[in-house]
Design a protein around this ligand. Sequence first.
Ligand code: PAF
Length: 280
Amino acid sequence: MQVIESVEEMQTVAMQLRFGGHLIGLVPTMGNLHEGHLSLIKQAKEKSDKVIVSIFVNPKQFGPNEDFDEYPRTWKEDLKKCEENGVDIVFHPSVEAMFPKDFSSYLTEEVVSSVMCGVSRPSHFKGVTTVCLKLFNLVRPDFSFFGQKDAQQCAVIKKMVRDLNIPTEIKVGETVREPDGLALSSRNQYLSKLQREDALSISKALLKAKELVDSGIKNTDRIIAEIIHLLSQKRRIRVIYVQVVDKDSMQAVKTISSNQTLACVAVWVDDVRLIDNIVF
Ligand code: PAF
């Protein structure tokens, strides 16, 4: 397995792979790899013959009072997991290499990113789209893999790829959960035992919502009310948003009429921000 830190080298090596006829799969990550990332690497290996994992904690997607400094950095463990899971190249650039001091070009998707997390984290998606566009330009992957847990991120990136004719196919891997239902996230490790117990109500509320939909309830106000009711039973939870949206546009839906609809939740569990969603 090769580790590349320089952006120029990444671009050259990826170009050589492409000219050599290889199909390239890119798994963009911020490190602290868990089973969710590993399942994306597995899918990337199935679809492509060279798998590149980027590990870069992107400062541009954290707001001024967010957890950029505390974000878990587990380089040695990540490298071992990549090696064990058959990754070909780990791209691990420094912040200065990706965003030199005079960096001043950003990419903004204006509609899909304007709701939900786009409201509560105003500069977040601009940071995500900018770093992903840079990664796509450096690697020129045939396939790029993202996790469904970040449903809005997936929709924003798909929209950017479509709007700008970026030659990569976005593949979305299912959310991987703990046996008790908690969606895997690097931020779960900030949770104390008691906070984790309360956090379990997120997946439970989403499952209850799915039961309601399966039993014939299609009115989304009713479904949202039920989710908020279940979450608000927990002392440590403050709801940031609960919305039922179309999976591509992320715009609110009033009545569920297709399997293109998601319930999305963001909460604070004390000072830990978690998101999750379920497809109806
Ligand atoms: O989902 C993430 O880990 C990040 O948002 C991503 C896509 C790697 C961009 O920094």
